[in-house]
Ligand binder design. Structure first.
Ligand code: HEC
Ligand code: HEC
Length: 303
């Protein structure tokens, strides 16, 4: 950068740069805020060229097609170690299987994900299986990161332990390439109330590995009663969502566990995008009750 007090062409260039930075910052600030209301415009504005270019730059364009989405783990990977030790061994076996990009994977555009809310991002999903475990990986990148050329793709993982009933999902984040058990302060539980989630491309034209979508989603929808590893007792999340349009599937004892206010973002996103409830629009009474629940109880009236 030019010196602040300089004169002549050099400082003119510095001023131009400063103006550009300010304008760029202003245009970022002028973007619509995060939240379901803004998603159609934000997603609609993503250029298809940029999407495919980002996949190519990430080495994620497939070179061939596979009969199944799932890559196989050896039967004994993690099997004989109890609890988390088994989970870690299964994760290690999946990581040792080679470059994630070598196998089948699905890439799609989404706006609801991992650590960023409301920003268009690419989700790249990979899966490994044996009898005892499912190991899922998510590589993710926002377009602003891709454009700035910043850093590698973020990497996350979910390991589902199928040796125990109900199945337990443990979450991982990669720091400096190493997996660390995550879900601190229920960070992952906010959106993954019941372990792995179905893949829901925000733009039907921007999907790579489309041939695996039905297989992955039929599988996710067939999972019943997956619980979350909280590294200790389950925190108290307060009242469970009690709206008839939802509780047939999301309640204690139903296929998916109960939903709580901590999942407000995921709930709003699922409803705004018409994904939930799956069999038709939310009733008017349901919409009102849901909104009241998400806003929380009214303040106690002062005596
Ligand atoms: C703001 C919501 C949100 C949060 C928070 C979130 N995820 Fe996800 N995640 C998603 C969605 C949505 C998908 C499904 C892919 C899609 O539709 O884009 C997903 C998919 C995944 C997948 C691929 C397997 C699957 O479920 O389909 C992994 C692995 C994953 N997330 C890991 C994590 C981890 C680890 C954390 C916590 C550190 C986390 N996620 C937090 C929204 C979230
Ligand atoms: C017919 C059963 C059914 C009904 C009714 C239903 N859901 Fe779901 N819901 C599912 C299934 C299955 C999944 C997991 C697959 C997926 O992500 O599509 C899911 C996933 C979700 C998720 C993502 C977190 C998770 O548990 O994986 C949210 C949030 C959600 N539903 C909210 C709602 C809300 C709010 C309602 C009521 C307005 C509702 N659902 C009604 C079956 C249902």
């Amino acid at each position: 950068m030019g010196r602040a007090g300089g004169h002549g062409p050099r400082s003119a260039a510095a001023w131009a740069l400063l103006m550009f930075v300010c304008l760029a910052a202003w245009s970022v600030a002028a973007e619509p805020g995060p939240g379901p209301q803004a998603w159609p415009e934000r997603i609609g504005n993503v250029s298809a060229g940029r999407f495919w270019q980002t996949l190519e730059d990430g080495g994620l364009l497939p070179t061939r097609s596979y009969p199944s989405f799932w890559r196989t783990l050896t039967a004994e990977a993690g099997r004989d170690l109890p609890g988390r030790a088994g989970v870690l061994a299964a994760l290690g076996a999946a990581l040792a299987a080679g470059d994630l990009r070598d196998g089948p994977h699905v890439e799609m555009l989404d706006y609801e994900g991992s650590h960023v809310l409301g920003e268009p991002q690419i989700h790249s999903v990979h899966g490994f299986q044996n009898e005892s475990f499912d190991v899922w990986f998510l590589l993710t990148r926002t377009f602003s990161e891709a454009q700035a050329g910043a850093g590698p793709w973020d990497q996350w993982a979910i390991v589902q332990d199928k040796r125990v009933e109900p199945h337990v999902a443990t979450f991982f984040h990669y720091a400096q390439g190493r997996p660390e058990v995550s879900n601190a302060r229920s960070d992952c539980y906010r959106c993954h109330a019941n372990g792995p989630r179905a893949l829901d491309p925000a733009r039907p034209d921007l999907v790579s590995g489309r041939e695996y979508l039905a297989e992955v989603n039929d599988y996710c929808r067939s999972l019943v009663g997956v619980v979350t590893d909280f590294d200790g007792p389950r925190p108290d999340f307060g009242a469970a969502l009690d709206v008839a349009d939802c509780t047939g599937c999301h309640a204690t004892g139903a296929d998916r566990g109960p939903l709580h206010r901590i999942q407000a973002h995921a709930i709003r996103a699922a409803v705004a995008r018409g994904r939930m409830p799956p069999d038709g629009p939310l009733s008017r009474e349901g919409a009102i009750a849901l909104e009241a629940f998400l806003r929380g109880p009214p303040e106690e009236a002062a005596p």
